[in-house]
Design a protein around this ligand. Structure first.
Ligand code: TRP
Length: 431
């Protein structure tokens, strides 16, 4: 019934390669087309600052990653596609979460521990070259996820711990300040293979064995020619097991095509021919996307506009939610308190829900502020009970307000911020 929110981030610290395409971009775009999901994909450029201190590289990577996702078919109308640094509420939330996150929890993060272990092994200070950014990274990531109350977070195995930490941090916040956050879950795609790189190890920037996703055709051919094989001569049968060439082919081909190649291996296909096959098969899938990519790269203003539009959509949620969270932790409009107290004495000065029946025989409600201004106008309900339940949900405000408002079909909604403040006034007047 209610939609599942799926969110993932891509750190803008490099050039997308075939491993990213097979392991993340392609499955994520396919998943974003499913019914009943609301997807949030973002360029994690604040995260990039942890690893990269070359401004031009961050900018270039942001451009390339944005262009890659769009060229591969991501529909920015369908998903909320934005750049992290366009949503200043995220660093604000990071601070709120920092203040409920045990330092010990961060001490145990794999990425941080790996650096400390390395320093210890080298006999230098345990925190040598470790920035506070690296240490705090899991909190920033928790803020990315919790800001949109994502239910599911598709990530690689290396990120599972970070999702668990986001859950821990969310639970601490909820415990202290009320149920504001959904506890997210990692979503690991079992069926998606990790792609081997040129040297047979996992394709990864850190091994310098990648094939850029949108390498020009001739460069792609050259790179594929360089994939490591054994020294078996043409005519000698070849092993598919452990063959990087075969595994990469499999990630692009249909099961029938893969079966054919398997046979060709048994029949002793020459490595040169197998490489040509692989090159043509990849290029068949990538060439149309490459063309779209090149157009986008030469029109950064189009991407900038797309990202800005995505950020506006993200902020339509983040801004009112942050208002709610500020209130929750006590960063409050001083008038809210005064208003609530006035409300205790004078109930007429409070916002209120009004239920009524129209001449169409249907039931409606509206929510008006203390001055009688319309804040919410419901759609038609068949029974007063249904309308009443929605009112109850709003008044009790279980869960964060913005997603709740998204789930309630409304005819009219004024500023979410105002709705939130009015609900707070009502709530405060109750107790
Ligand atoms: N840390 C993730 C990675 O390196 C990227 C990322 C940042 C992310 N924020 C996120 C992933 C939030 C999922 C959700 O792959």
């Amino acid at each position: 019934m209610s939609t599942v929110r799926v969110l993932t981030g891509i750190t803008t610290s490099g050039t997308p390669h075939l491993g990213n395409y097979v392991g993340a971009i392609r499955p994520a775009i396919a998943a974003s087309r499913a019914a009943g999901v609301q997807s949030y994909y973002f360029l994690a450029d604040y995260h990039a600052l942890i690893k990269v201190d070359e401004p031009a590289r961050i900018q270039r990577s942001t451009l390339e990653i944005a262009a890659s996702w769009i060229a591969c078919g991501l529909d920015p109308e369908r998903v909320t596609f934005y750049r992290q640094s366009d949503v200043p509420e995220i660093p604000e939330l990071t601070w709120f979460l920092t203040c409920v996150c045990g330092k010990g929890l961060l001490n145990r993060a794999h990425a941080y521990k790996a650096s400390v272990d390395k320093n210890n092994a080298a006999g230098v200070d345990p925190d040598a070259d470790v920035t506070a950014g690296l240490f705090m990274y899991p909190v920033l990531m928790a803020a990315d996820i919790l800001m949109f109350n994502a239910h599911r977070v598709p990530v690689g195995r290396d990120q599972i711990q970070h999702i668990e930490m986001a859950r821990d941090i969310a639970a601490s916040f909820n415990h202290l300040y009320g149920e504001h956050f959904v506890l997210p879950e990692a979503q690991i795609e079992e069926s998606v293979a990790t792609l081997p790189g040129l040297d047979g190890r996992k394709m990864s920037k850190s091994y310098d064995n990648t094939i850029p996703l949108f390498a020009p055709r001739e460069q792609l051919r050259k790179l594929i020619t360089g994939i490591k094989t054994d020294s078996r001569a043409p005519g000698e049968p070849k092993d598919t097991e452990g063959s990087a060439l075969f595994q990469i082919y499999q990630a692009f081909a249909t099961p029938e095509e893969t079966a054919k190649l398997r046979q060709a291996y048994a029949d002793g296909i020459a490595w040169a021919e197998a490489k040509t096959n692989l090159f043509e098969r990849i290029d068949q899938e990538i060439a149309p996307k490459r063309e779209a990519y090149e157009t986008l790269i030469s029109h950064p203003e189009r991407l900038e506009e797309m990202l800005k539009a995505g950020a506006a959509r993200a902020r339509a949620i983040a801004t009112p939610f942050t208002t709610q969270l500020r209130h929750a932790v006590g960063l409050r409009d001083l008038r809210a308190q005064a208003g609530a107290q006035a409300g205790k004495k004078d109930r007429t000065a409070l916002p209120s829900f009004k239920q009524y029946r129209e001449s169409d025989g249907k039931f409606y409600f509206k929510f008006v502020d203390a001055q009688g201004r319309l804040l919410l106008q419901s759609k038609a309900y068949d029974s007063p009970k249904e309308a009443g339940q929605v009112i109850k949900q709003l008044q009790e405000q279980t869960g964060p307000l913005p997603p709740l408002l998204q789930e309630i079909p409304l005819q009219q909604l004024s500023n979410v911020d105002e709705v939130y403040s009015a609900l707070q006034l009502l709530l405060a007047a109750k107790d």
